[in-house]
Design a protein around this ligand. Sequence first.
Ligand code: CP3
Length: 355
Amino acid sequence: MSANESPAGRQPTATYDSAFMKACRREPVPHTPVWFMRQAGRSLPEYRKVREGIPMLESCMRPELVTEITLQPVRRHNVDAAIYFSDIVVPLKAIGIDLDIKPGVGPVVEQPVRTRADLARLRDLTPEDVSYVTEAIGLLTAELGATPLIGFAGAPFTLASYLVEGGPSRTYENAKAMMYGDPELWADLLDRLAEITSAFLKVQIEAGASAVQLFDSWAGALAPADYRRSVLPASAKVFRAVEGYGVPRIHFGVGTGELLGLMGEAGADVVGVDWRVPLDEAVRRVGPGKALQGNLDPTVLFAGTEAVEAKAREVLDAAAGLEGHVFNLGHGVMPSTDPDALTRLVEYVHTQSGR
Ligand code: CP3
């Protein structure tokens, strides 16, 4: 271990000691750290400019472009963490699944995964499949200084929902039909996705990511008993796979009020909460020993500075008794959000919480 390396490994001491990392570890912080899901993206004019004419998935494979887009919100908003610019379907594309991200629609899979024979298409992911990720994270950590970089992946259920449906869905009828009708095939599919997701997170951590977030955005579609039986084992496997690195692991979903206890059980260090459950109630549901991340309603940002600050104050008040709090929105930044509202919100959270 060299002098400027922390006990947690590859990152500089200043990164390890940053407010974001401390909050994730439930240590005292100089101010509440804040970052935004989907901060790197469409609400920024500089993002739209550099993406012009370049399809989404292609832009995820260009290290210089990924670096620039990841840094844009850090420069502009003074957020406490960067999130790696990519998408949850990138590792699936990397192992040869024929899919695309259609503007205004989302991920679309050419041949949905519906049978046991289809499982064979989900081969293991190797670091060579995503060498552009390793390269981009190398470029990013050189630029980021003390600002931590969050790596991420889609959780097995949310990835399965796209693979089985063939695209975005509101009801998940094909995915749930497999889950209820052929539980063995479903379990094998989720286990395969847990392997791929674990390998993808390991690549990001080994390249220098300071923390990782598992996005189970659509888990809120499930009843607790079904989540426990059919989804939790695969997500828990992912968290176990990266436990040894000692980097904070964040677990996020939308509409998960009834699942927060189970999501805590799955093994993350930090549980993300959407805006439907106040943080003082969420902490009771999640149980002890976890930090929380959240949870301002992203639509509040359309309401003007006074309303934004009043609602942000409510979030901070509800978080006052927490051991660790990372301020975030309850879901991603909406594309039509005024970027200046985000910058003002970061400033507000920092000054109100001590900076
Ligand atoms: O948070 C960040 O800023 C990092 C980048 C990031 C993207 N997608 C970039 C993106 C992250 C973390 C994601 C994760 C993701 N992708 C999730 C989980 C998070 C969540 O919001 O719940 C999900 C469900 C997806 C799948 C996906 N990809 C959707 C639903 C869409 C939107 C489709 C649309 O155009 O409305 C995408 C595309 C996508 N991913 C864009 C960006 C910036 C927009 C594409 C573009 O700019 O052309």
